[in-house]
Design a binder for this molecule. Structure first.
Ligand code: ASC
Length: 128
């Protein structure tokens, strides 16, 4: 799928960045740091939900070396990494559904669950 490992690494980082920018906007609204705009929240959560599907293709074999914080354990404990990735995608889908309702309390709960899923994986698989 990728011509070189460097491209795969760039691909997954960029996907995670686009996801984070959109998730972060919704999280900022949930935290009261950004004025709540239901339409923007729903659009942003929808983009984050879609983009959450993308980074994983960039974690193929041989993409463990280079400009990356990805720990080697991703490739030696792939099942656990995949579980985290799937959990995060499930929570992001729930966040998108919550954002479509426009209910800020539901959005807050879903943001916390999604953020927890991001953090759990980072704690185990991302170096500082
Ligand atoms: C973000 C981001 C993360 C997660 C995490 C949630 O916006 O960049 O890594 O949320 O901080 O705990």
């Amino acid at each position: 799928q990728f011509a070189k490992a460097e491209d795969a690494i760039k691909y997954r980082k960029n996907a995670l960045f686009v996801m984070q920018q959109n998730f972060g906007r919704v999280a900022g609204m949930a935290a009261g740091k950004i004025p709540f705009d239901a339409k923007v929240a729903a659009e942003s959560a929808g983009v984050a939900d879609f983009v959450a599907k993308l980074p994983w293709a960039g974690f193929g074999p041989g993409t463990d070396k280079g400009e990356t914080k990805a720990k080697a354990e991703i490739w030696t404990d792939k099942a656990k990494f995949d579980d985290y990735a799937n959990k995060m995608q499930a929570e992001m889908s729930k966040l998108s559904a919550a954002a479509k309702t426009g209910n800020l309390e539901n959005i807050k709960l879903a943001v916390n669950a999604t953020g927890g899923a991001c953090k759990a994986c980072h704690d185990d698989f991302r170096s500082k």
